[in-house]
Design a protein around this ligand. Structure first.
Ligand code: CA
Ligand code: CA
Length: 263
């Protein structure tokens, strides 16, 4: 028997807490789940270092690299941020705890990130050049955000250079990655003296820029950014866009996007 400093009797090593040769993880739970990250709280019986593997598929979870948490010192309490996830996605994860003798235990959990909803709003279109040498243009407007489209939101609408349209068009799209919004203006130059063919109406959006005998058109596009942890949630984020300078129809679009995350 040895006597420890202070006069206490030291117990045998086997009386210590369960190490990671047995089940040393007493609890683990997710919290603060957002679009691209969540917090993982892990408690262990003995001081450990933690890491996590994460995958959308249980079958390949073990083949994923272990993300080591940088907190450094071994501890019985871990509060770790798991990052760089895709919004609106379900993941399996495996938390690994390694004790100071290098023994590892793991547990498997499941988490679903919040869905990222972006509201794209097209407020105002200022026509700078309607592409007609005299009189107003005969303008059709196609609007698109992600996969959501309003073809011919305006159709054969009389508006000249300097004219303003206020579509006040607003659509919500799921945007787990970067996506695009488009505004295409087409000016009709076909007076239909010989009858209007279907190709002359440009009723099918093309989202490009061009010139033909029956009219001229141009497209402005805006890239809704990819998600990030610092997304300006619920604050309208103004943007403006114009078609390329080569476009025969010139205009400026003012709009905004608003980002929100929903469970
Ligand atoms: Ca024209
Ligand atoms: Ca015209």
């Amino acid at each position: 028997m040895t006597v420890a400093a202070g006069g206490l009797t030291a117990g045998p090593a086997s009386a210590g807490p369960v190490n990671c040769s047995a089940d040393c993880i007493t609890s683990f739970q997710t919290s603060a789940v957002r679009g691209t990250d969540f917090m993982l709280t892990t408690q262990t019986t003995v001081p450990t270092k933690t890491s996590v593997k994460i995958s959308q598929y249980l079958g390949d979870l073990d083949s994923k690299p272990a993300i080591q948490f940088p907190s450094g010192a071994a501890s019985t309490f871990h509060y770790d941020q798991v990052r760089n996830l895709v919004p609106g996605t379900s993941y399996w994860f495996k938390v690994l705890a390694t004790d100071q003798q290098g023994r590892t235990r793991s547990e498997i959990g499941y988490v679903t990130t919040k869905t990222r909803i972006v509201t794209v709003k097209i407020d105002k279109i200022t026509v700078l050049d309607d592409s007609d040498s005299s009189g107003n243009g005969e303008i059709s407007v196609h609007l698109k955000a992600g996969d959501v489209e309003s073809a011919n939101y305006y159709s054969d609408h009389s508006v000249g250079s300097g004219g303003v349209l206020n579509p006040l068009w607003s659509r919500q799209i799921e945007a787990p990655t970067a996506t695009k919004a488009y505004v295409e203006l087409f000016d009709d130059d076909d007076d239909c003296w010989l009858g209007c063919g279907p190709s002359t109406n440009h009723l099918i959006p093309q989202y490009d820029t061009g010139t033909a005998w029956y009219g001229q058109w141009g497209t402005a596009s805006y890239t809704v950014p990819a998600p990030k942890e610092s997304d300006p949630v619920l604050n309208a984020w103004p943007f403006s866009m114009q078609p390329p300078s080569s476009s025969p129809v010139k205009f400026k679009v003012d709009g905004s996007i608003t980002v929100e995350y929903v469970a």
